[in-house]
Design a protein around this ligand. Structure first.
Ligand SMILES: C[S@@+](CC[C@H](N)C(=O)[O-])C[C@H]1O[C@@H](n2cnc3c(N)ncnc32)[C@H](O)[C@@H]1O
Length: 231
């Protein structure tokens, strides 16, 4: 099966429907807490709560909000989705958290260079371009925004796990009303998906395609080093 994608698919899929179809990962507070526990440990964040952190492709800012809840005072979220940035801003205001939410493209953010100690790319938000040079563009931009002694953290799907557990078709109920069906195909290390969403109350909600590049540890290391990073 050949799944055709529009190269700009990522510009309009991350909306209110996404927050339902992907709720079991991106609206699960206990999962977000576990992920932020991991960040605190892996990056030794607790030595300085004013450390500047950029949550790149941060969506509605679930990690940023949890970091702010834990006392981090200098967190920025950059995301292309106007809808998710709006949701995040409202949540931050409701909790009186001073998080900077910025709408922009991760390849060219317009943010200052050498500004962040940490750049996070969480929740499988990397590898959305079939053209690898554009994925590298995201890493180039992360590198440019980091302080010389800063670090980036990418949270990516485990390629081997995905391949071993590949399902050409899957279906789940996102909630009482919404059913999500995904068909998938793999080509040249890129996972292509077609997602159809059906509401019992309102009928068809959407039919969209998207893709994610899968990286072996070696492939992602090569790309990271080619963007200027060192271990
Ligand atoms: C799967 S969501 C994950 C969001 C968030 N990191 C999380 O874990 O909840 C991927 C996010 O990446 C954002 N995104 C994808 N490509 C982007 C780009 N080129 N520039 C900025 N944001 C982008 C989308 O708008 C979306 O919010």
């Amino acid at each position: 099966m050949n799944i055709q994608i529009d190269k700009d698919w990522w510009k309009d899929i991350f909306d209110e429907v996404y927050l339902q179809t992907d709720a079991r990962s991106v609206c699960d507070e206990s999962l977000t807490c576990q992920e932020v526990d991991f960040l605190e440990q892996a990056l030794d964040l607790n030595s300085d709560q004013d450390v500047p952190i950029l949550d790149m492709c941060g969506g509605q800012g679930r990690h940023a909000l949890e970091l702010a809840k834990r006392g981090f005072t200098n967190v920025t979220v950059l995301d292309y989705s106007e809808y998710l940035v709006g949701v995040g801003k409202k949540a931050a205001q409701a909790h009186d958290f001073d998080i900077h939410f910025i709408r922009g493209d991760a390849r060219n953010t317009g943010l200052a260079g050498d500004a962040f100690q940490f750049v996070l790319v969480m929740g499988s938000s990397f590898g959305y371009f079939v053209n690898e040079a554009e994925n590298k563009g995201v890493l180039n931009e992360a590198y440019r925004m980091l302080r010389p002694d800063g670090a980036a953290l990418l949270d990516l799907p485990d390629r081997d796990y995905v391949l071993e557990n590949f399902k050409a078709v899957s279906q789940h109920k996102a909630n009482e009303d919404i059913e999500v069906r995904r068909t998938r195909s793999l080509k040249d290390e890129v996972l292509y998906s077609r997602e159809t969403v059906f509401s019992e109350k309102n009928g068809p909600v959407r039919d969209k395609t998207y893709c994610t590049r899968l990286y072996s540890p070696e492939a992602i290391s090569d790309l990271i080093y080619s963007a200027g990073f060192s271990a």
